[in-house]
Design a protein around this ligand. Sequence first.
Ligand code: HEC
Length: 104
Amino acid sequence: MRIFLIAALCLAVPPGFAQTSSPPSRLGLCAACHGETGQAHMPGVPNLAGQRLDYLRDALQQYRDGRRNVPVMRAAIGPLNDAELDALARWYSVQVAAPPQVRS
Ligand code: HEC
């Protein structure tokens, strides 16, 4: 019986599930430009949905340390700590990218 309970608990909470299932607490800081699901709302802002996790992490690190010196992004991530940036990178990496738009 005890083994059954432990197995049931393991199935109920798969590893990593908590990090990707609910939106990160700081998503509101990014969503105005990048959208909650990584489809950008504004011209000139990149879509992030489905981007590789390692690339997103690296890009955020580059804004943080100034290798990418883009004031709008440096200001956006200024108040965030590494764990918060990591949660945002994970969130955007698991979103499903929309099909490309046909432009005339
Ligand atoms: C005011 C609009 C704005 C806000 C708010 C904003 N971004 Fe951005 N973001 C941009 C723009 C514009 C770029 C393109 C900058 C460049 O040329 O490097 C960008 C680039 C990025 C990139 C690099 C994408 C790539 O393909 O290289 C990542 C990752 C990113 N933003 C994540 C975030 C996260 C996470 C937040 C919230 C903490 C956020 N952004 C908030 C406008 C914004």
